[in-house]
Design a protein around this ligand. Sequence first.
Ligand SMILES: Cc1cc2nc3c(=O)[nH]c(=O)nc-3n(C[C@H](O)[C@H](O)[C@H](O)COP(=O)(O)O)c2cc1C
Length: 194
Amino acid sequence: MSLYTQALQRFYTIMQQAKHLPLTYPNAMTVATADAQGRPSARIILLKDADAQGFVFYTNQQSRKGDDLSVNPHAALLFYWEALKTQVRVEGHVEKVSDAEADAYWRTRPLESRIGAWASKQSQPIDSRKILEDRYEHFAHQFADSNVPRPAHWSGYRLIPQLIEFWEERPFRLHERVCYRKQQDQWTTTLLNP
Ligand SMILES: Cc1cc2nc3c(=O)[nH]c(=O)nc-3n(C[C@H](O)[C@H](O)[C@H](O)COP(=O)(O)O)c2cc1C
């Protein structure tokens, strides 16, 4: 088994455990991006997929994070499950998912979320909440008799990992940190001081 597969398997095991916790969003993660000047920003996003190709999340690509990723296609993901005493960091470069992949996921989303994606100009200022609600009603009416199509700016990103680190809480602050890192196409694994 390759080291990357080993890291993925470890991530799946943790995610399975997280899904059994009383959490609404066991797959919530912090996504950090940076703008052209290297200034960071972070927000919570739901992880939709993690496999040999990478870690996928969906959003509005005209949002602040979308602007960041268009000029600086690198990101860091961060998971923490207190009950599991576990933190996972994933870092790498980011690509857009294909239209076909985004369409397939779009079709699984509830109708209200699909209309909401049309209504929200994510990260743009808005004068009142009523404007947003009116836009929701407008699109609900516009698409009343049809399948709601995916807006071109609503899609996914795939982070292709170059680093995955597992942190486990241990007594006396002697936590365990195992870092998988890809360098020159080769994965290595190292223990780090806590
Ligand atoms: C639990 C939770 C889950 C979220 N999931 C998503 C998501 O999957 N996609 C998304 O675009 N925003 C999601 N958000 C909203 C983002 O945190 C953020 O407000 C939004 O994407 C705009 O970020 P930006 O202005 O930095 O681009 C979620 C927020 C929370 C608290």
